[in-house]
Design a protein around this ligand. Structure first.
Ligand code: OGA
Ligand code: NI
Length: 368
């Protein structure tokens, strides 16, 4: 990638959204103002359907019950909330606490970890390198956790002191949950329990990345988004959201549904790679984040991805003359490169790859 004039490979000097927010300005810079049709309360889209929420799945219910509930959620919504998932509540609190602690550090501490578009690891404030692009109202921290050769300890924050240990423990627990979810999703499809994991190259080579999103208070929340509409490019995402402050919206039958978080739950969603492996029986669905004037919001997304050098393709069991393969094999390395080049406003490759695109919902951006 050519080094553009600017800041660490970014096309323009990097502006921290947190600094904009803390400046106390009553208006947001033009760079964050979205066209009317993309604003949170755009009248061109059916909006904020009342009394409807993404499905809730009890992970402690009998294996058959959980598999059926997960399968229905992955087909109909691409999203569900997992409760009784087995990750201790105290660990969730600690993970949120250390990352709040990081974003509360003085700016000069955070700036030591400023990221670049080469790997995105570190402290970041934009996705994609389109000069002049409209930006999202959020900062983030992105890290590779697995496989071991992608772990770069020098890119992990040193403050607060217990951040590293807590993040390691947290991501390991979530990785184990992802392995369980892969098995449950496979059973729900009617294929053998280990098949999805096999299609991802087994457990050892699977990729785990963590993206901590920090959405500062915004003086004009109706004009902007914390994270613009996207589908997640990887396998699946396990998201820990703020129990109190809402913000995540999921596209469902043409409307944006605001997720009402169950305290202590994880929000699980299907990524593009599971859509490919399941030949679009399970769907990666567009989602976005709205911000608000009263409260900041923190979320921790753990991305579980296939081994990155393995061609990913629909499972043969899910292909038939009536349902031919919708995708040709592609490695996650190639897929991610495509998405990162195209940046937040690129159209998702998963739909471009589809031979029968008409049956697949559109996706627009990426966060990994
Ligand atoms: C993401 C994402 C949602 C949120 O990081 O990919 O969709 O609520 N985050 O922060
Ligand atoms: Ni996402």
């Amino acid at each position: 990638m050519a080094e553009a004039a600017g800041d660490g490979g970014w096309p323009e000097p990097v502006v921290r959204v947190q600094a904009l927010s803390e400046s106390g300005a009553a208006t947001i810079p033009d760079r964050y103002v979205r066209p009317e049709t993309e604003r949170p309360s755009s009248s061109s889209e059916a909006n904020a359907v009342a009394n409807i929420n993404i499905p809730v799945v009890d992970m402690s219910s009998s294996p058959g019950t959980a598999a059926a509930a997960v399968a229905e959620a992955c087909r109909e919504w691409g999203f569900f909330q997992a409760v009784n998932h087995g990750v201790p509540a105290a660990l969730l609190r600690r993970a949120r606490g250390v990352w709040r602690g990081f974003f509360q550090q003085p700016m000069e501490v955070k700036q030591r970890y400023g990221n670049s578009p080469a790997t995105y690891e570190g402290y970041g404030s934009r996705l994609g390198v389109d000069k002049g692009a409209i930006l999202d109202w959020g900062d983030y921290y992105f890290l590779h956790v697995r496989p071991p050769h992608l772990l770069s300890p020098h890119k992990w924050p040193h403050l607060p002191p217990d951040l590293r240990e807590t993040t390691t423990e947290y991501s390991e627990e979530v990785r184990r949950l992802c392995e369980r979810l892969m098995a449950v999703m496979a059973v729900g499809l009617g294929v053998e329990e280990g098949r999805l994991q096999e299609a991802f190259g087994g457990g050892e080579g699977a990729g785990v990345c963590v993206r901590v999103n920090y959405y500062p208070r915004c003086p004009q929340p109706d004009l902007t988004l914390g994270l613009s509409s996207h589908s997640d490019p990887g396998g699946m995402t396990v998201l820990l959201v703020d129990d109190r402050v809402k913000g995540l919206q999921v596209r469902h039958t043409g409307a944006w549904v605001t997720v009402d978080p169950v305290p202590g739950a994880f929000i699980v969603n299907v990524g593009d790679q599971i859509q490919v492996v399941t030949n679009a029986l399970y769907r990666s669905v567009e989602h976005r984040v709205v911000v608000n004037a009263a409260e900041e919001r923190l979320s921790i997304a753990t991305f579980y991805n296939p081994r990155s050098d393995l061609p990913v393709a629909p499972l043969p069991e899910l292909v038939s003359p009536e349902r031919p393969p919708l995708y040709s094999p592609m490695t996650f390395d190639d897929y991610r490169l495509y998405i990162r080049r195209n940046g937040p406003r690129g159209k998702s490759q998963v739909d471009r790859l589809a031979a029968a695109a008409a049956t697949i919902p559109n996706s627009t951006t990426t966060t990994q």
